[in-house]
Write a protein that binds this ligand. Structure first.
Ligand code: ACO
Length: 335
């Protein structure tokens, strides 16, 4: 996990403003306290000030007083955020009254802060579902230029050092797009390769996975992966991308050589792209629970600013790490 240490150190070197809309949630408060104490980020908590102060006192947290607190019912920019939300969503039928109500919702406030340049990134999901965290982000912050689909990657720190980078694999989509089209899958493959480039510092070897390797099975689902591979290779000709590959052909050199001779990726993949969210979400959780892998993420890819959704079972350490990752992405985006 030296990689996480590097990410934390980079975040400290250029502190970013990270908003935590679940500002009264216990794990969030504990993580915020540590992040402020360690100087990892400038923390903005959305929540009632009295409630935050009382919880902080009960938990013995000394640094929370240094956080900026936005009370969702009563904050300086409420009218400005209401108008911004109305402008952004009126074509979709939103009324000014609906916008005013949503401008009191912490998950909307966090996205409106980012859109207005008042925050650099957001972490939520300790209390709220993935859909509730992502919907305002997709509506307000939207995708990065040239990107049409958002997806969620995980850094999987496995104990199997012979695979990936000393056991580290970057995998996606495990969080967002239930049934991607071939062109969406191609974008997800390139985005995941770029996440590996940005965070792992290793040239990505991207395998788009299937239950078939190079024509071993015929099925419309296999055809989709073949098409996605061709599109992804066109999307970024500089990146090593191959498919359709089974997981063993992607990871194990002898199997890769046997099933996909001549492939640049087979047998040495460090980025695994799943054909659907069902596969990705189930696969990462099985590797995490049965294979004792450390899973860091989901790291959202393709959004115009860093927003990350936590699992509701997350730990204080997970929140801490995701804030540092968002800060790194914000630093990279500013450059
Ligand atoms: N990429 C980019 N934009 C998107 C995406 C996407 N993947 N999905 C939706 N959008 C956009 C839409 O275009 C729309 O924009 P518009 O309103 O400006 O036109 C906006 O987001 C809202 O779209 P809807 O279709 O109304 O939103 P929906 O209710 O479908 O929600 C969501 C989208 C939240 C991503 C949904 O697909 C979802 O819930 N996905 C599964 C999430 C999940 O449960 N993951 C598993 C758990 S995570 C874990 O275990 C780590």
């Amino acid at each position: 996990m030296d990689l996480i240490k590097q990410i934390v150190e980079k975040a400290k070197s250029d502190k970013q403003r990270i908003v935590l809309p679940e500002g009264t949630e216990e794990r969030t408060l504990k993580a915020a306290d540590q992040l402020i104490g360690d100087g990892v980020a400038d923390i903005i908590l959305v929540g009632n000030l009295t409630e935050i102060n009382e919880s902080a006192a009960n938990l013995g947290l000394k640094n929370i007083a240094k956080a900026t607190v936005i009370d969702p019912k009563n904050y300086e920019k409420k009218e400005a955020y209401t108008n911004l939300l109305f402008e952004l969503r009126k074509a979709k039928g939103m009324t000014i009254e609906q916008a005013a109500k949503l401008a009191e919702d912490p998950l909307y406030i966090a996205c409106l802060m980012i859109k207005s340049g008042d925050a650099d990134g957001e972490i939520a999901g300790a209390q709220n579902t993935t859909g509730d965290v992502l919907r305002p982000a997709l509506q307000i912050i939207k995708t990065a230029p040239g990107i049409s689909v958002v997806s969620g990657a995980f850094l999987m720190f496995t104990t199997q050092k012979q695979y990936g980078k000393d056991g580290l694999l970057v995998v996606a989509d495990c969080a967002v797009t239930p049934d991607p089209t071939a062109s969406q899958l191609a974008e997800i493959a390139v985005a995941t390769g770029n996440t590996a480039r940005a965070l792992v510092g290793e040239e990505p070897q991207v395998a788009i996975l299937s239950f078939s390797t190079k024509g071993s099975a015929k099925h419309p689902l296999v055809d989709k992966v073949i098409e996605a591979t061709t599109l992804a290779q066109k999307l970024d000709p500089t990146m090593n991308i191959d498919g359709e590959l089974q997981a063993d052909a992607a990871l194990v050199p002898s199997v890769g050589q046997q099933k996909a001779p001549g492939s640049k990726v087979a047998g040495k993949a460090n980025v695994l792209v799943f054909p659907s969210l069902e596969v990705g979400n189930i696969a990462y959780k099985l590797v995490q629970r049965l294979g004792n892998a450390e899973a860091v993420g989901p790291i959202l890819q393709g959004m115009a600013a860093p927003v990350h959704d936590l699992s509701r079972g997350c730990s204080v350490g997970d929140i801490y790490n995701m804030v540092a990752i968002a800060a790194n992405q914000a630093i990279a985006a500013k450059k």
